[in-house]
Every structure is written in structure tokens, then in C-alpha cells.
Design a protein around this ligand. Structure first.
Ligand SMILES: [Fe+2]
Ligand SMILES: [Fe+2]
Length: 287
């Protein structure tokens, strides 16, 4: 994008944060904790990177955070649960923002089995991760725990074919992996605090960036996926890239229905990155 000028919108979207950071864990549903983190996305603001702990007789960790934040993230986790007590680690897919601290966890959580699908297990092997503690699941299968079932499902969109979210039958929370993520202007504690226009803009820019194939999908076919999700009547959408969203499912699916008409998200060209870096550097030197 030669000659692309640094607009006030570009500056606004990139001056909120310059490096990833973790948040204090937050209980978002009874017995369910969100371990939040935020990642700056040049030219687009920030993206939540969430993990979750489900407490119970067989505690579950969902996703394993960013490797770049390992020390902080492990401390936050230890504030919620002794990792040695974890029984399950649910990996929705093998992207680095979901798998970042898995190897470290396997050492300090000796009872934990890793829940993933067949392709997920294959990709773990390719990354040099051990698979001797893997519990395979497929869409529609149920992981039976003493106090709940985790029903594996495919989210309405995803960026890796092994992706498996799930419905927790006890809280009826839907763990959505990359679906329902949103690029936001600044970190925010809960989805309820995001104005609708900001949420719409962020959801559509994220879905177009993370799953550009949605723009070529048949609107009726995608609508059927969204209706199927609504029929589950989730109490909350707990995704990897949006703060916990209680009672906003119809609004979220209504916005996402537009994703099939969305153009690909602009990403910064190298020249813009240089301009942003220069802008940050002069801002840092200002008295
Ligand atoms: Fe992903
Ligand atoms: Fe992700």
C-alpha cells in the first residue's frame, strides 16, 4: 500500500497498547474463570487472548495462553488453581495463541490429559509435543465428567480444520475457540461494556481477517450454522478472542450473519508499520 498515510484512526488503533499483557483472572460464570490477555494488533487495535478454568471434581483448562506471556500467565493460572490439580486441558486448535504454554503445563500438570481431535493430535506431533496423554474427541462426542458433560462441536467459523469448541452442559457456556473474536480499540473487561457499533466493527474485521473464506460462503448455509448455535441456547459465549459475552448470543449471531458480505480486512503494508513505529518512538520521546 505505497503512500498509505497514517490516519488518526490508525494512530488511535495502535496507541492503546504496545506489548501483550495479562489481566487479573475473573470469574465469569459459577466455577468458570477467564484468564484474559491482550495482544496489540498493528493497525487494528487489540485482540483478547483468553484461556479458561472450569473448576470441579475434574478441573479443566481451556487453551494455554501466549508463550510470550508465560511467566505472568502461569502466575495468573496458579492464582485460580494448582496446575497439579488439572485433569483436562482442552485445546481447541493448535495455533500458537492456544497452544503457547502447553509443553510447560504438561510438566507441572502430571494428571492432565490433553483433549483434542485426530488432526489436532497430528499437528501436536508436528510441533514436537508428546501425544501419549491425548484424549481424542470428535464433533458431537461428549467428554463425561463427574459433574458435567463437555459436548464437542465445530464453531460456526474457524481458521484451522482441527478446531473443536464445546458446550458445557452444567453452565451451558459455549466455548467458541476463534469464533466471535473481535478486534477492539482498547482492552475492555467484559463484552457487555462494548457499544454495539464497536462490537459490530470488531467482529466483522476479525472474522474477515481470521476466516476470509466466510466472504465467499453461501449466506443460507452460514445462516444454518448460526441458527444451530442459537438453538443450543448458550448462557454465554466464551471465546478465545472476545471477553466473556453473557446474554448477547442473538446480537452476536445477528452481526456475524453479515460476515458473508464482508470484504477482506485491510492489513498494514510494511511502509505503514514503519510509520507506526516512528510515531510510537517520537511519542515516547516527547516530554
Ligand atoms: Fe486460530
Ligand atoms: Fe486464536
Amino acid at each position: 500500500m505505497p503512500g498509505h498515510r497514517l490516519t488518526s484512526r490508525d494512530r488511535r488503533r495502535t496507541q492503546t497498547m504496545e506489548s501483550p499483557r495479562t489481566e487479573q483472572p475473573r470469574q465469569v460464570l459459577p466455577g468458570v474463570w477467564e484468564l484474559g490477555a491482550w495482544l496489540p494488533v498493528p493497525g487494528h487495535g487489540v485482540l483478547a487472548v483468553n484461556s479458561f478454568v472450569i473448576q470441579g471434581p475434574e478441573p479443566v483448562l481451556v487453551e494455554t495462553g501466549l508463550a510470550a506471556l508465560r511467566t505472568d500467565w502461569l502466575q495468573r493460572l496458579a492464582g485460580v488453581i494448582d496446575p497439579a490439580d488439572l485433569r483436562w486441558i482442552w485445546i481447541s486448535h493448535t495455533d500458537p495463541d492456544h497452544l503457547g504454554n502447553l509443553a510447560a503445563l504438561l510438566d507441572i500438570a502430571p494428571r492432565a490429559e490433553v483433549v483434542t481431535g485426530f488432526l489436532g493430535m497430528g499437528k501436536m506431533t508436528l510441533q514436537g509435543l508428546p501425544v501419549d496423554r491425548v484424549r481424542l474427541v470428535a464433533p458431537g462426542e461428549r467428554l463425561q465428567l463427574p459433574d458435567r458433560e463437555l459436548v464437542a462441536l465445530r464453531p460456526p467459523y474457524f481458521d484451522a480444520p482441527e478446531t473443536l469448541g464445546f458446550l458445557d452442559t452444567r453452565t451451558r457456556a459455549l466455548f467458541a475457540a476463534d469464533a466471535f473474536g473481535a478486534l477492539l480499540p482498547a482492552p475492555v473487561e467484559e463484552a457487555q461494556a462494548i457499544p454495539r457499533a464497536t462490537l459490530r466493527d470488531g467482529l466483522l474485521r476479525w472474522s474477515a481477517l481470521d476466516a476470509p473464506w466466510l466472504g465467499e460462503m453461501d449466506a443460507h448455509a452460514f445462516g444454518r450454522k448460526l441458527r444451530a448455535l442459537e438453538a443450543l441456547a448458550p448462557s454465554a459465549i466464551l471465546g478465545g478472542h472476545l471477553p466473556a459475552a453473557s446474554d448477547r448470543t442473538a446480537e452476536l449471531t445477528g452481526i456475524l450473519a453479515e460476515a458473508v458480505h464482508t470484504q477482506p480486512t485491510d492489513v498494514p503494508a510494511h511502509e505503514l508499520l514503519e510509520r507506526l513505529a516512528a510515531a510510537h518512538s517520537s511519542a515516547a520521546q516527547a516530554p
